[in-house]
Design a protein around this ligand. Sequence first.
Ligand SMILES: [Fe+2]
Length: 321
Amino acid sequence: MQRVPETGSEPLEHPFDLNDDTAYRRWRDNKLSGYPARATDIVVEIGDLKRPTEAECTEIIKRCQRANMAFYATRPGDSEEQDARRGLPVFASHFGLSRPESHRSAAQDGIVALEVADDDKRRGYIPYSNRPLTWHTDGYYNGPETCIRAFLLHCVRDAGEGGENSLLDPEIAYLRLRDENPDFIAALMHPHAMTIPENREASGKLRPVSPGPVFSIDPVTHALHMRYSARGRNIIWRDDPDTRAAVRFLADLLTGSEPLMLNHKLSPGQGLICNNVLHARSGFDDDGAPARTSKRMLLRIRYLDRLAGSCRPAAVNHLQQ
Ligand SMILES: [Fe+2]
């Protein structure tokens, strides 16, 4: 069981401490009250990606406090790739996102184009195909020093058919697991709950073995972080009954009818900004066009930072009591 580090002389209550059921219940009730029921509840119109107004930023942060994610919708002109490439880092900086990851498939501007591709860097990876992507958080194979805490996805062109995202706030996944059995949370917070074996990438670079918890608490922000992949291959789960049962429960939750799961197909000019929420993608097709000529393109930037100000006010106030 992981205790939350204490920063002052007074011990802090914390909802993610398994020893503090009172704090958890308070946080849980607050989390569920008024939680967005539909993707349209978290859409914010943005006039100019490069110059979001204070009111627009506030609306985005409010939705991220509630659900750890928001969709933004820009004017059609902003759907042009080069405009979006210029605008996205500026837009992200308004939310304290200043440390992008360095990714092997990124262009010089640090932005990855998610599209059907078969160049040397992208061939063979499912994100660059039109196949479905199973549930995961981004960078689940990374070590703690390159932990992905937030990402942006921006739609330049959508697919004729499919390419819809399903999204689940990791705090909702935590809540369902803890309500079912707190031992599930203890098992998934174990430092060796989930291990990604070492892997030789196409470039020849060796990615070292990466053990870690599924749920962890950021020692600075006290925010919940989730690291997960539903992939059957190349994931080694800790071999104990609680871990196996927790992983089964989580898989059932994600493939079942969780009412707070959000589904949305991004249109050109729309994007997702989030604290690395759980997500999946349906397969897609472009009106019968062969996969290699698919026109769908999403731009992605991932950050080592969490969205500034996205801790829920209730949680922050509570921590400061
Ligand atoms: Fe992803």
